[in-house]
Design a protein around this ligand. Structure first.
Ligand code: V0D
Length: 252
């Protein structure tokens, strides 16, 4: 009986607290069906909602989704314009259901270049859900790791010059405080859909110890079972290391 409980509790620990996802393959999903690229993006919104609710059911605490990278500005203007309408579309369609499920919406990234109509929808959702205590749905919007690190360094230098920061006190934890995700734990599991095997400038600092999971499935096809499979694989890897060198062990 005692063993049974032990097993249960150590299994519970194997649910990743923070899952980050690079939602790739939307354009190729549409191409495969001879549909315009934008229809892949529309389908992607449905997937976000389904995966968010499944993550919450599994006990995940934070879900970070890479929605728009600093490199995405190089895409054709028409596509950028379309993408910038997606937050509003997503929130109009799904925010009520997310609120019913106690989800808290957050954004991380450089908001200065985001169009006003996009920001209005996003800020409203963040405001409306800020006291929700369920899963944190964190959208990386106009986010890039290099830019995040540059901003952190600039801010630190300013604080040093203003004598608010002693250079001697700079260490890893302090640098982490200057990043865009200071209040969040680092991701335990990164999933990239769509078959590419790259990090694409996503959370490089925070992914130092993260388990990486790649799948060929295009994001619009990624479903609840695919998420459970990734979480199962994560649990298997944790179990393999378990006892020997979990957090703080040789492999940290
Ligand atoms: C396109 C696949 C949700 C990847 C997902 C502005 C790229 C669909 C949002 C969203 C995008 C962002 C903030 C928010 C609520 C929703 C989103 C963009 C692109 C870029 F508060 N999906 N989504 N934002 N895509």
């Amino acid at each position: 009986m005692a063993e049974y409980h032990k097993q249960l509790s150590s299994d519970a620990q194997k649910i990743p607290e923070h899952v980050a996802i690079i939602m790739d393959g939307n354009g190729r999903w549409a191409q495969k069906r001879s549909l315009p690229r934008v229809s892949g993006h529309r389908e992607a919104l449905k997937t976000i909602k389904r995966v968010t609710l499944e993550a919450q059911r599994l006990g995940v605490k934070v879900l970070t989704l890479y929605a728009f990278s600093t490199e995405n500005w190089k895409r054709p203007k028409s596509e950028v314009d379309f993408l910038m309408k997606l937050p509003q579309q997503f929130l109009n369609t799904y925010l009520v259901e997310l609120i019913e499920n106690n989800v808290q919406v957050r954004v991380m990234g450089d908001m200065t270049r985001i169009p006003q109509y996009t920001m209005r929808a996003v800020s409203q959702a963040v405001e409306q859900t800020k006291s929700n205590t369920g899963l944190i749905l964190n959208f990386a919007l106009n986010y890039g790791s290099h830019s995040e690190i540059v901003s952190a360094v600039k801010k630190m230098v300013q604080d040093v010059q203003a004598r608010k920061l002693d250079p001697e006190s700079i260490d890893e934890d302090l640098l982490a405080d200057y990043m865009l995700s200071p209040a969040l734990p680092d991701p335990d599991l990164l999933i990239r859909t769509g078959g590419e095997l790259r990090l694409s400038n996503f959370m490089l600092w925070q992914l130092a110890y993260t388990e990486l999971y790649f799948t060929d499935t295009f994001w619009p096809d990624f479903n609840e079972e695919d998420l459970r499979k990734a979480v199962r694989e994560f649990a298997c890897r944790q179990r393999r290391f378990g006892g020997l060198n979990g957090k703080g062990g040789d492999n940290k």
